[in-house]
Design a protein around this ligand. Structure first.
Ligand code: ADP
Length: 606
């Protein structure tokens, strides 16, 4: 099976990323919503406060104006009452200063007197004599009349002179209240008689201020008696516009409601032409007017708050949304990059695992093949041994028994036969050693390296004179037979690869190294090994340049390598500073270090 990255990891990672993004978005939106809500509430509070302040100011302004109208009308009534005989000229003089500037919204000021049905003609005659020359009384058909006998118009709608005011129930009611209460009264809202002829768009609802007039001149025939009423007509719309224009501006819309009938009647409206702010409701203020009660309704327009105060919640919302979007985008980028990096790591890991698995498989097959080959070589070598022994036996027999009868050429052939058979014997021995070094059972016992080296040196010195110095070698742990093969191969090579004309000088020594091991070295003064070839000498059948003149099979160092490998050690070769080579290997210091089933030994050259 091909190893690969954990397949369940990706969807889980993706789910985690989506959860993180959703969390960031939710937190961002919640924060934005809360900030916008807080600002919205703060703005509403400010709006309500501001509307309250405006309402109070406007209410006070209207109250002040109504008081001023009442007081002025009382003054005028007093002036009219002070005349011993009221004539038209005196009325004109008294009301000379009365105009729309003094009474905004005013339509006219009239002196109204009561008259019984039968007195109309007499009354008309009397007032004509008093200066109201063109007076024509127009009774309304009822039995009791209230005629405007003197009048000053304050608009372009003409004078009310001669009109019978008893036609208007609202005016009559106000007159009665004023007369009975000796005070100024304000009528209910109604359409003035003189406005009946106005075009629809100019018609307004109005009301009248009424003040009773009493004769107060000692010389007057009617001194102390009720003379009539002074009546000031006011158009509601004009009055309201004049009074509130300054204080309301375009910040609020104002409606005056007359509470007379249970259902408040809108009397006049000030609408500045700016859209209303419906986020906050209208504010109603009760407004006492003379003996009556009005309601002042004030509504905020979109301009009530200054520009900078408005829409802060929307600005905060928009900024919050933008920030949230940026945050989500940033988090998304980070999460995506991280996921991409993780994916790459996973892919690389999977590729690496595949590679390792493939290598292990190849290595396994190689080992299998090598084991088969080595086994095969062992079998072959073993089977070759007995025929070779017979060949050598017959060669020896020829040498001893028939040598004298051979001619020189036959003797030369016999010598060559002997030499070839010798070489083959060595090769077969080496092959068997090489084959068995891999998997023959191993001992793990103390091995006296010093004694071993001394024995080998003695045996080797018998073949060729050599100076072999065995140092202070330790007792180590391992297999005595195999370790003997290691020393034998290395000491044998050290002597063999020293040119014949030179006496071999061989030194053998060990010293402890880390990890509880000894490092043993065999140095010689031989031909040495070129640096480039040092990595190859431990391979089987490898003989390097310069060794052609020396006998050998190329298996000795391969055997050494295998044995050291099984002792969990390392092997290598350095050049000897004094000329020649230094071969070295490491072995366990004590029995606790395993010497079989070890990982492959490492060859090291320097
Ligand atoms: P063999 O000696 O039978 O050829 P080895 O495996 O023992 O095989 O050695 C492999 C090669 O390493 C040799 O052919 C030789 O070239 C080189 N070699 C080994 N030992 C020495 C040495 N002490 N000095 C120089 N060369 C050596």
């Amino acid at each position: 099976m091909t190893p690969s990255a954990d397949p369940s990891a990706r969807p889980a990672g993706l789910r985690r990323s989506v959860v993180v993004l959703v969390l960031v978005a939710v937190v961002g939106l919640a924060g934005t919503g809360m900030a916008a809500l807080a600002l919205h509430n703060a703005e509403r509070d400010r709006l309500a406060r501001s509307l309250g302040q405006r309402s109070t100011i406007i209410s006070q302004a209207i109250s002040a104006e109504v008081s001023r109208y009442s007081a002025s009308l009382l003054d005028l009534a007093a002036a009219v009452g002070a005349q011993s005989e009221l004539e038209a000229a005196e009325f004109t003089a008294i009301t000379a200063a009365v105009d729309r500037r003094r009474f905004p919204g005013g339509t006219g000021l009239s002196f109204v007197v009561p008259a019984a049905d039968g007195d109309v003609a007499t009354l008309q005659e009397r007032w004509r004599k008093l200066g109201a020359t063109g007076l024509t009384l127009r009774p309304n058909g009822a039995s009791a009349h209230r005629f405007a006998v003197l009048s000053k118009s304050m608009d372009d709608m003409g004078s009310s002179i001669g009109t019978d005011m008893s036609t208007s129930a609202q005016a009559v009611e106000a007159m009665d209240i004023a007369e009975q209460g000796h005070r100024v009264a304000v009528s209910r809202t109604y359409r003035l008689l003189k406005d009946s002829d106005l075009p629809l768009e100019r018609r307004q609802l109005s009301f009248v201020f009424v003040a009773p007039v009493y004769a107060t001149s000692p010389g007057a025939a009617d001194n102390g008696r009720f003379r009539g009423w002074l009546m000031l007509g006011v158009r509601g719309g004009d009055f309201l516009s004049e009074v509130v224009a300054g204080s309301a501006g375009d910040r609020v819309a104002v409606t005056l409601l007359d509470d007379a009938s249970g259902d408040p009647l809108p009397m006049a409206t000030w609408a500045p032409g700016v859209p209303l702010d419906t986020s906050i409701g209208a504010r109603d203020e009760p407004l006492p007017v003379a003996q009556r009660s009005w309601t002042l309704r004030v509504e905020a327009t979109k301009r009530l708050l200054t520009g900078t105060d408005q829409g802060l919640d929307k600005v905060a919302g928009a900024v919050g949304l933008v920030l949230t979007a940026l945050l989500v985008a940033l988090t998304g980028t980070i999460v995506t990059s991280r996921n991409r990096a993780l994916r790459r790591v996973d892919e690389a890991t999977a590729a690496l695992r595949t590679d390792i698995a493939r290598r292990e498989e190849v290595e396994h097959r190689l080992r299998q093949r090598e084991t088969e080959l080595v086994g095969f070589a062992g079998v072959v070598a073993h089977d070759l041994r007995s025929p070779l022994a017979r060949i050598m036996g017959y060669a020896d027999f020829l040498q001893e028994e028939a040598f004298d009868r051979l001619d020189p050429m036959q003797r030369d052939f016999l010598a060559r036969l002997r030499k070839g058979a010798d070489h083959m014997r060595v090769l077969i021995d080496d092959l068997l050693d090489y084959a068995t070094a891999e998997n023959r059972p191993m001992a793990n016992v103390p091995v006296d390296l010093h004694r071993l080296a001394e024995e080998i040196a003695r045996e080797r010195a018998a073949d060729r004179p050599a100076e072999v110095v065995v140092g202070d070698l330790p007792t180590v742990y391992g297999d005595p037979t195999l370790l003997r093969q290691v020393l034998d191969n290395l000491i044998g090579n050290a002597i063999k690869y020293t040119p014949a004309e030179r006496e071999p000088h061989v030194r053998i020594g060990c010293h402890p190294i880390a990890e509880g091991r000894w490092r043993c070295e065999v140095s010689d003064n031989g031909i040495g090994i070129p640096e480039n070839d040092r990595s190859a000498v431990f391979d089987a059948f490898r003989r390097v340049g310069g060794s052609e003149n020396f006998p050998g099979t190329g298996l000795g160092l391969a055997i050494v390598h295998r044995i050291v490998e099984r002792h969990h050690g390392r092997v290598g070769v350095d050049s000897n500073p004094e000329g020649g080579s230094v071969f070295w290997f490491t072995v366990p210091e004590d029995s606790r270090i395993p010497v079989s089933h070890a990982p492959p030994a490492q060859k090291q050259m320097s």
